[in-house]
Write a protein that binds this ligand. Structure first.
Ligand SMILES: Nc1ncnc2c1ncn2[C@@H]1O[C@H](COP(=O)(O)OP(=O)(O)OP(=O)(O)O)[C@@H](O)[C@H]1O
Length: 265
């Protein structure tokens, strides 16, 4: 693979085998994926098909067994400052204030935090004035808003989201999806979202990639045609419902290593 000058994210031949005491687990096999700058893609697939393994590899948190990942001209073999990540849990350190949590990645990199950018983002996500609160004083949705700010504070090129709203109630989750779309329209980051909610995947993305069961491969890509900005009412339309059902049907027909119970609406 030739690295590119623009910030295209390229995954080529990504293969990952976990060696365990009970034998080898082939999580990914020859995954190819190209994400152009500013694109928003979702990755869905049967439970255990390797979505998290793929995302963590792109984050530089997992070493591939073979294959390569590049962001523009940089090979990704360990965490890279241009790649930010959000997890299912907000993972805020309970003994630090919200602001101190957001500043932590800067401290780890021995950089001065961009205080003005952090303030602007806190306001943007509705947490203006909450910077000095402790995490326990915030609701789950507010904590995830803080983790969005933490991920975006250093102005990454790529934002990786690993089932970020899975632990939230349906109403808060809808609100967060709207917020994510708004922030994406404003910032045009490259975003890769992993989710068990097909509706969330379709609502947010330009393209939905469907992975096959383990060892995970990209089985199919579906273009999402809905214009932006998208209103939550979109989810009530027949076109949306039909597209979600088509993708669900496709996933259910991927043989799964585990029951497909994790496929949610
Ligand atoms: N650290 C590890 N050691 C051994 N096996 C692992 C490890 N991490 C993941 N696996 C296995 O690799 C496969 C892929 O796991 P992964 O978590 O990437 O899938 P997933 O698609 O994100 O799953 P889910 O949809 O259930 O969250 C699974 O069979 C899982 O049990």
């Amino acid at each position: 693979m030739q690295p590119t000058k623009d910030k295209v994210l390229n995954v080529r031949g990504a293969t990952k085998t976990y060696m365990t005491q009970s034998g080898d687990v082939h999580a990914l096999k020859d995954v190819d994926l190209t994400v152009r700058p500013g694109e928003f893609i979702s990755v869905v697939g049967p439970s255990g098909c390797g979505k998290t393994t793929l995302l963590w590899s792109i984050a530089g948190l997992h070493k591939l067994t073979s294959g390569a990942i590049a962001l523009g001209e940089a090979w990704i073999t360990r965490p890279h400052p241009s790649i930010g990540m959000m997890f299912q849990e907000a993972n805020l350190l309970p003994w630090r204030t919200i602001r101190q949590n957001i500043e932590l990645p800067f401290e780890i990199r021995r950089q001065r935090p961009d205080a003005a950018r952090i303030d602007t983002f806190l306001e943007r996500v509705g947490l203006g004035g909450f910077g000095d609160k402790m995490p326990r004083e915030l609701s789950g949705g507010m904590q995830q808003r803080a983790s969005i700010v933490r991920a975006l504070a250093s102005d990454p090129t790529v934002l990786l989201m690993d089932e970020p709203f899975g632990a939230l109630d349906a109403f808060t989750r809808d609100e967060m999806n709207k917020l994510v779309e708004e922030i994406w329209l404003e910032s045009r980051k490259t975003v890769i979202l992993i989710t068990h909610s097909i509706a969330e995947a379709v609502f947010l993305a330009d393209k939905v990639y469907i992975m096959s069961a383990r060892p995970g491969q990209i089985a199919r890509m579906v273009d999402i045609p809905f214009p932006r900005p998208r209103s939550l009412d979109l989810m009530e339309t027949r076109e949306f419902f039909e597209l979600v059902n088509m993708i669900k049907h496709d996933i259910k027909h991927q043989p799964s290593a585990k029951p497909a119970a994790a496929i949610a609406g």
